[in-house]
Design a protein around this ligand. Structure first.
Ligand SMILES: C[S@@+](CC[C@H](N)C(=O)[O-])C[C@H]1O[C@@H](n2cnc3c(N)ncnc32)[C@H](O)[C@@H]1O
Length: 229
């Protein structure tokens, strides 16, 4: 992917509206500790094992770049993207403090169909598929960016599998108060069905959580077609 293919946003565009919540909380998000560090490390190790030194990797919803910075040394090139310019600013600050020449951060909306026609060997989507406006549009954009045989790797909170009060009461109230973004509520089974509908072959569904019942499946899926090698 080149910068020229990335979605830029006008101040009043729907993309700008999506970014507003995350722009506001970006510095706090950066300072917050990872809730389940053992699960996070397991996810990183599993992802790392799926990447190769020549792989061109795209991460959508990369936030402050924590995961991209950890995975950069395990692949050929990694472009971390996020709808929030503030999140990307922090990711770039972190990259500047510990440079990795194969790593780059760009503002981009995962919902936008022009997201990229480039050929990536892997697309990573961690904690973001429940936040896009349209799951099918985001999957179409991700699949466009992926080479045949490439891997789509995601870990996504499946809110419809959680306590119903969360999706039906707590999140809507928090949203009214400006304390939560709009979210999509789907079950893990519905997410898997969506991936299959987009012609992805699901290779693995795992749960890495170490605290209580984990509702964030780590899914590895392959875009059908011959691998690029
Ligand atoms: C919960 S954070 C997860 C960040 C990181 N992937 C992680 O696991 O820590 C969600 C991120 O998704 C981004 N995001 C939300 N909607 C997006 C969209 N439509 N396109 C790209 N990024 C989006 C937010 O700006 C935020 O940085």
């Amino acid at each position: 992917m080149t910068s020229g293919t990335l979605h830029t946003r006008a101040p009043s565009s729907p993309t700008a509206a999506k970014a507003r919540f995350w722009d506001k909380i970006a510095r706090k998000y950066a300072a917050d500790p990872v809730a389940d560090m053992a699960a996070y490390e397991a996810t990183l190790a599993r992802t790392r094992a799926l990447l190769g030194p020549a792989h061109r990797v795209l991460e959508i919803g990369c936030g402050t770049g924590t995961t991209a910075l950890r995975l950069g040394p395990s692949c050929g090139r990694l472009v971390g993207t996020d709808v929030s310019a503030e999140m990307i600013a922090i990711a770039r600050e972190r990259l500047a403090a510990a440079p990795q020449p194969n790593l780059e951060f760009q503002v981009a909306d995962a919902d936008a169909p022009e997201f990229g026609q480039a050929r990536h060997d892997a697309v990573l989507a961690f904690n973001v598929l429940h936040l896009v406006s349209d799951l099918d549009a985001a999957l179409t954009a991700a699949l466009n960016a992926l080479a045949p045989g490439g891997l789509f790797i995601s870990k996504t909170p499946c809110i419809a599998d959680m306590n119903p009060l969360l999706g039906k009461v707590l999140l809507p109230v928090m949203r009214l108060l400006g304390k939560a973004p709009p979210v999509l509520s789907f079950r893990a089974s519905e997410l898997q069905a969506a991936l299959t509908r987009h012609d992805l072959e699901i290779l693995a569904v795992e749960y890495h959580g170490t605290r209580g019942k984990d509702r964030r499946p780590f899914i590895v899926a392959r875009k059908r077609g011959p691998a690029s090698g």
